[in-house]
Design a protein around this ligand. Structure first.
Ligand code: FES
Length: 100
């Protein structure tokens, strides 16, 4: 099966976590808590094939709130088929010093 990550096709095995597939391919991807599901730095946005991922876990619902499903924790999500994901763009959270 194929994980498309940031536009790059990566061959993967069923039940591998997205994070393991991404890092195993030599790509850089944030994973601050080391894959324990605490930090959310590994989150990815699902672009296609969300049904080919393991079900959203309680931990993901807790960490990602209403975005769980559209966003997934790469360290907690397992690949079941072809999927396309990307690093989500930063969320605008208000005005900073450069906006004044
Ligand atoms: S690496 Fe921290 S939540 Fe996935």
């Amino acid at each position: 099966m194929i994980l498309q990550y940031q536009g790059r096709d990566i061959a993967a095995r069923r039940n591998d976590t997205l994070l393991d597939v991404i890092l195993g391919a030599g790509a850089e991807h944030r994973h601050v808590c080391g894959g324990h599901g605490f930090c959310t730095s590994c989150r990815v946005e699902v672009l296609q094939g969300g049904g080919n991922l393991s079900p959203v876990s309680d931990l993901e619902r807790e960490r990602l709130c209403s975005q769980a499903g559209r966003l997934r924790l790469a360290c907690q999500t397992r690949l079941l088929g072809d999927v396309e994901v990307r690093v989500p763009p930063p969320v605008f959270s208000g005005f900073g010093p450069d906006d004044l």
